[in-house]
Design a protein around this ligand. Structure first.
Ligand SMILES: *Cc1c(COP(=O)(O)O)cnc(C)c1O
Length: 424
């Protein structure tokens, strides 16, 4: 099936007389006739539900749709994008291990890696996404367990050379994990370029309406853990907490990673998405293919308008021919990137604040990627503890405005920007 059809119908095919809409199974627990039946679930010998901290049927339907969209073999939902990122890495890296990550990633992921996971004994080396293959290869250590990057980085809008990162990861016998939140599988399917695991903050375009927090992990089933059993003992040797199950043996390459993340990490950390949120997420997915097109059209129109405006210092949008990432975007994102555009207002911090104060359609929010256009001035909000020199070093200038183009008419968005710029 084509992506558009999967968006609408994937993951769920009701039988005769069953609900047409994905049912919300609002139940923490599930009933069994005998203890023996339930025992089989606890030994991972039978498939089934017993407690919604680990698995829920509504969530599994929605995860299956995202799995089909990405072209994977197995998937799971999580309560947030942060949980998805954490689980994807912690599933294969423990205390004493090392991970190579692109330096151009979401701020929340950076904190998770550089502060919290570091406290757990996992070390990260951050590399410039535009580095050479030699520089990238030099970042690996004998204890490296994974490589991480974002298809389109939030907020820097860097486009990752996925093939370059996949090649380096595979040369060192580890998987490439890609956060595909901004591109969505409608605009890029990282597995087709060599990525092994994909993560999402479904809070963004997938939900698309700012309604529910959520995350997702998808496995391509292509990474052969059994070639490196000493590197990935959690997948290739018996799990004592499940009576000696070896995930790669019992569930194969297509199922081992997600089964382990569900059976161990979801059991122990419980970052489960509420089934009612999964229902809302599915509603968002039903129109994802239609919405992404409009987000990209609006992003392009707004970027072109801003580029030609005398009060704008610079515009960063990979759909503009002069952009540093234009060529990579043409390769990895031929149908468009996303609706997020960043730019600088001439006059710096003060000008940016004045400009934003006068916007009428674009609301000031610490959010991106939903139906309503919103914007943020990091220097006076998310990054306000930094002075101008520190901001510049972080690649977030005092003049930077991040605008997330929604689904409104581009003419209205442009008129709103124009009138606010007149006030500067
Ligand atoms: C928002 C975001 C996250 C974190 O997702 P939450 O759902 O907010 O936990 C991770 N990666 C990217 C690229 C994001 O934009």
């Amino acid at each position: 099936m084509k992506q558009d059809t999967i968006c609408v119908q994937g993951g769920y095919t009701p039988g005769n007389g069953e609900p047409r809409q994905v049912p919300i199974i609002q139940s923490t627990t599930f009933k069994y006739a005998t203890s023996e039946d339930m025992g089989k679930l606890f030994d991972l010998e039978a498939d089934g539900y017993f407690y919604s901290r680990l698995q829920n049927p509504t969530n599994d339907i929605v995860a299956k749709k995202i799995c089909e969209l990405e072209g994977g073999t197995a998937a799971m939902l999580t309560s947030s994008g942060q949980a998805a990122t954490f689980y994807a890495i912690f599933n294969i890296a423990s205390c004493g291990d090392h991970v190579v990550s692109s330096a151009s990633i979401y701020g929340g992921s950076y904190n998770l890696f550089a502060v919290t996971m570091k406290r757990m004994g996992i070390e990260f080396t951050f590399v410039d996404p535009d580095c050479t293959e030699e520089e990238l290869n030099a970042a690996f250590r004998p204890n490296t367990k994974a490589v991480f990057g974002e298809t389109i980085a939030n907020p820097a809008l860097t486009v990752l050379d996925i093939e370059k990162f996949a090649k380096a990861a595979h040369r060192h016998g580890v998987p490439l994990i890609i956060d595909n939140t901004f591109a969505t599988p409608v605009n890029c399917r990282p597995f087709e370029w060599g990525a092994d695991i994909v993560t999402h903050s479904t809070t963004k375009y997938m939900d698309g309406h700012g309604a529910g927090l959520g995350g997702c992990i998808v496995d391509s089933g292509k990474f052969d853990w059994t070639k490196y059993p000493e590197k990935f003992p959690g997948l290739c040797t018996p799990d004592e907490s499940y009576h000696g199950v070896t995930y790669t043996e019992r569930f194969g390459l297509g199922g081992a990673f997600i089964t382990k993340a569900t059976a161990q990490l979801m059991r122990d950390f419980g970052s489960m998405q509420a089934p009612s949120n999964a229902f809302l997420l599915n509603m968002g997915l039903e129109s994802l293919h239609v919405r992404m097109k409009r987000h990209c059209e609006n992003g392009q129109a707004v970027a072109e308008f801003l580029q030609n405006h005398p009060k704008i210092a610079w515009v960063n949008y990979s759909g503009l021919p002069g952009n540093k990432y234009y060529a990579l975007a043409q390769k990895y994102l031929p149908n468009g990137s996303c609706g997020v555009v960043s730019f600088g207002v001439k006059g710096g911090r003060q000008a940016a604040e004045t400009f934003m104060k006068h916007l009428k359609i674009a609301a000031i929010e610490t959010h991106v990627a939903d139906a309503r256009t919103c914007c943020l001035h990091p220097a006076s909000s998310t990054h306000r503890q930094m002075n101008d020199a520190e901001l510049a070093a972080a690649g977030v200038g005092a003049d930077l405005v991040r605008l997330s183009c929604g689904l409104e008419a581009s003419e209205d968005l442009i008129a709103d920007l124009a009138q606010a710029l007149e006030q500067v």
